[in-house]
Design a protein around this ligand. Structure first.
Ligand code: NAD
Length: 257
């Protein structure tokens, strides 16, 4: 018996990375998943592998109408919706003085407004089904400031705050809302071509950056997926409005040892 038998879950940004790992684990645990992303070929390939338990829908999380379409696809293919993982996000670098208003608004649109629209789109369906779960993907950047990442840090703090406001509003209709805070996970987001802002030495990799964490290594997407599974399943039935770290000890403090 799976931990998500019969549940219907939308996962945004699940064409690759952590969202893909969540989709694979959720299906293995008995769920039906709707994968939404802007990477249509990659998303369709994941769904093809997952078979009848999965559907792909083009979903730019900034577009309210596309969220409505994702909910409609879930309802039509699988029935009542039980959960959402707001996973889609982008990483951008830039200090305050180097960040244009357009740059700032672009990351806010995806990482912050996208999470707001996702929650708003699924709440009526979850409430109609008697309750459900929402997992919002923040970051360690939602718990501590990081120089040179003004936009990303702002959006991840916003995700953490919205999670708590939504949890307070929705608890009485049976909807639990929690945030996850990954740090240092090996996905395309932190591969060398995307992290020029983090490394000065061009031969350095994401794995080098995270070598001084308490656990001494970069994390894996499946390790984040297991936390999302916990928060989507009944195993977390008394948790809402909370923040859950999966960061190899990054937030425990600087490691001088
Ligand atoms: P990733 O880049 O591999 O995956 C992100 C996914 O989001 C991609 O499939 C991408 O196409 C999708 N996406 C981007 N813009 C979108 C849009 N407008 N609409 C819909 N989908 C869109 O990165 P990942 O590491 O798997 O990131 C997943 C989440 O985890 C993100 O919210 C990210 O901020 C967060 N996170 C990642 C790390 C890490 O170390 N990798 C750490 C903390 C938080």
């Amino acid at each position: 018996m799976g931990k998500l038998d019969g549940r219907v879950i939308i996962i945004s940004g699940a064409a690759r990375g952590q969202g893909e790992a969540e989709a694979r684990l959720f299906v293995a645990e008995g769920a039906k998943v709707v994968i939404g992303d802007v990477l249509d070929d990659a998303g369709a390939a994941v769904v093809k592998e997952l078979g009848d338990a999965a559907r792909y829908v083009h979903l730019d999380v900034r577009e309210e109408a596309q969220w409505a379409e994702a909910v409609a696809v879930a309802n039509e293919a699988f029935g009542a919706l039980n959960g959402l993982v707001n996973n889609a996000g982008v990483l951008r670098f830039g200090a305050i003085t180097d960040t244009s208003l357009d740059d700032y608004m672009e990351i806010v649109g995806i990482n912050q407004v996208g999470v707001f629209l996702g929650m708003k789109a699924v709440i009526p369906s979850l409430a109609a089904a008697g309750g459900g779960t929402i997992v919002n993907t923040s970051s360690t950047n939602g718990l501590q400031g990081v120089a040179g990442m003004i936009g990303y840090t702002a959006t991840k703090f916003a995700v953490r705050g919205m999670t708590k406001a939504a949890a307070l509003e929705l608890g009485r209709v049976g909807i639990r809302v929690n945030s996850i805070h990954p740090g240092g996970i090996d996905t395309p987001m932190v591969r060398p071509d995307n992290i020029e802002g983090l490394v000065s030495d061009e031969t350095a990799s994401a794995a080098d950056i995270y070598a001084n964490l308490a656990l001494g290594r970069i994390g894996r997407a499946d390790e984040v997926a297991k936390l999302a599974l916990f928060l989507t399943s009944d195993d977390s039935s008394y948790s809402t409005g909370s923040e859950f770290l999966v960061d190899g000890g990054m937030m425990a403090g600087p490691n001088w040892a």
